[in-house]
Write a protein that binds this ligand. Sequence first.
Ligand code: PHE
Ligand code: CO
Length: 290
Amino acid sequence: MQEAAKPVTYGASERPPRGDYARARADYTCDQGWEEYSADEHDRYARLFARQMQHVEGRACDEFIAALSRLGDAQGIPRFEDINTVLKPATGWEIVAVPGLIPEREFFTLLANRRFPVTYWLRTEAEFDYIVEPDLFHDLFGHVPLLFDPVFADYIQAFGAGGLKAQGLDALEYLSRIYWYTVEFGLMDTPQGLRAYGAGILSSVGELEHCLTSPEPNRVAFDALRLMRTRYKIDTYQETYFVITGFDQLFEATAVDFTPYYTELRDLPELAANAVQPGEVTYSANPTAA
Ligand code: PHE
Ligand code: CO
């Protein structure tokens, strides 16, 4: 998530690659349209997958690695229904196709019902290394493996329900930070060292190495209230990552009623994306291979 977005042009033979909201239903889900993917797109997906596979080894948490093979053989773009055949019996989740980013209420409602929205279109060749918005590769490779983990699966559902609640309490900004710093950019402390579990990291080449080994960013022990005070960057690598000790800790720390937190947060100053508070527990970077 580092390079600036480059202007993109599409070849005449390429179908319009961006989401077509006209084909979405009232809940913003749509058909995947698997038959419409071109041979180029299947090939591009296979190359994206193969490249990222090499990077996640030793960098992603075990739960992620263990589930990756359940996305299919990765020779081409999988049919969502085939993934659901395996995913549904595992944790009760299913993936549903969407045209791209969807409104918050519909997003939270899907999650609260154990339905994870996956963008149906794939980035173009020009965007192979970097894309500004979530596409099929980010959503599928980054997010879907952890839906196979029972505790993380429950966490995402609870987040969806919490999102609907936060909307009523006018606290969406605080809750969005939870999603950002956990589901997208979360790190986990393991006996083997720090590992990534956030999809924004796991679907990126550069940030995956940076977040684990660079001396630059802060790696702060997960604390829900502290996290919700912290702003985040959307156009550079993160300046702070929050580190959990496992999905049980994450689930338990966020299972409490957030209503009093929201009240408290309104009177607390926000923290900059690069802030470290006195006395705070931080983690150092993983040693780099000699
Ligand atoms: N427990 C939170 C609440 O009461 C909901 C939530 C769950 C928030 C999981 C974030 C993650 O609002
Ligand atoms: Co994402």
